[in-house]
Design a protein around this ligand. Structure first.
Ligand SMILES: [Zn+2]
Ligand SMILES: [Zn+2]
Length: 317
């Protein structure tokens, strides 16, 4: 139930941003229709934090996955202390700390943000008080923008300094901790413009952030530098780095395998190819929708029409 609410939140936000982004192809009425649902889900989210249970899964010798509400958390443990990959929402921080304490006595040393979205970085304001937060510089800037927006909307009185990443980088980065080589693979324009996949080479585990999700048609945040074509390119790149035994922690959903991620990428590629060819033949988005470019993928959950709009717009960039 909790996961459902979280996914609904993620998707509702996705739909809202998508429509704001694609006003020239969508109509304003749809935004009006969606707004009440957004607030409904935001409220549902706020009220349900106390019911959220953090579920821990051991992924490899030194890597665990925590599921609660929001993006999946990776936990890397070893002699230097735990490193979190994403930290969900601030009201869940105590529960997350408790789940980490059940694995190791050492305090959290670092948090790596896969990207800026609040369902992945909302816990920064708590963990950042005692741990270093690592993120791509674009993700840091977008967290600052988010904080300023919250102040402007009157949701908080000032920017929370602890929420901001303290260690930033502008290309790939490697962290040597816990006797491991932890590779942060920067992806320029995919889900946003500040995504990283976090690869634990020795453990053969990768945390994908929202570059790969298991809730169906993915959300691509085009307002924040995302691009569907970049998503496929980034998956191609990461598929060339990992192997058939790699355990994949998706941004949302259950642990996955390389073959599942290949199937996901093939699905995106197929839809892009269909839309590209129709577009080259001068078809409008409305006409392409009628041509059923999602044929064969009718069972995939999520907002297919909104994904299609993003494919259409990504091809124009
Ligand atoms: Zn997410
Ligand atoms: Zn996201």
């Amino acid at each position: 139930m909790v996961t459902l609410i979280s996914v609904l939140f993620d998707r509702t936000l996705a739909i809202l941003i998508g429509n704001a982004n694609t006003m020239k192809v969508a109509n304003y009425q749809s935004l009006a229709l969606i707004l009440p649902f957004l607030f409904l889900h935001l409220n549902a989210e706020a009220q349900n934090f106390e019911d959220v249970e953090i579920v821990t899964t051991q992924v490899s010798d030194h890597i665990y996955m925590l599921e609660g509400s929001g993006g999946n958390i990776g936990v890397c443990v070893g002699k230097d202390g735990p490193i979190l990959i994403d930290d969900q929402y601030a009201p869940l921080s105590e529960k997350i700390k408790e789940a980490v304490r059940a694995i190791t006595d050492l305090p959290v040393q670092f948090v790596i943000n896969t990207h800026f979205h609040h369902d992945h970085s909302g816990g920064n304001e708590v963990f950042g008080e005692t741990a270093h937060i690592i993120a791509h510089e674009n993700a840091r800037q977008r967290i600052i923008d988010y904080e300023l927006d919250q102040v402007e909307q009157g949701n908080q009185s000032a920017v929370k300094p602890a929420a901001l990443p303290t260690l930033v980088f502008n290309d790939d980065m490697t962290v040597y901790q816990n006797d491991m080589q932890i590779e942060l693979i920067y992806i320029t324009h995919a889900h946003t413009d500040g995504d990283v996949a976090v690869y634990f080479r020795e453990e053969n585990v990768i945390h994908m952030g929202d570059l790969y999700v298991q809730y169906g048609w993915p959300f691509v945040d085009m307002m924040k530098g995302g691009n569907v074509l970049g998503m496929v390119e980034s998956l191609d790149h990461i598929l060339s780095v990992i192997d058939g035994d790699t355990k994949i922690i998706p941004g949302h959903g259950k642990l996955a395998t390389r073959s599942e991620m290949i199937a996901f990428n093939d699905m995106l590629r197929t839809v892009i190819a269909r839309v590209r060819s129709a577009k080259q033949n001068g078809k409008s988005l409305e006409e392409i929708l009628e041509m059923k470019p999602m044929e064969g993928y009718e069972d995939v959950e999520g907002d297919a029409a909104s994904f299609l709009e993003r494919v259409f717009l990504s091809l124009e960039m």
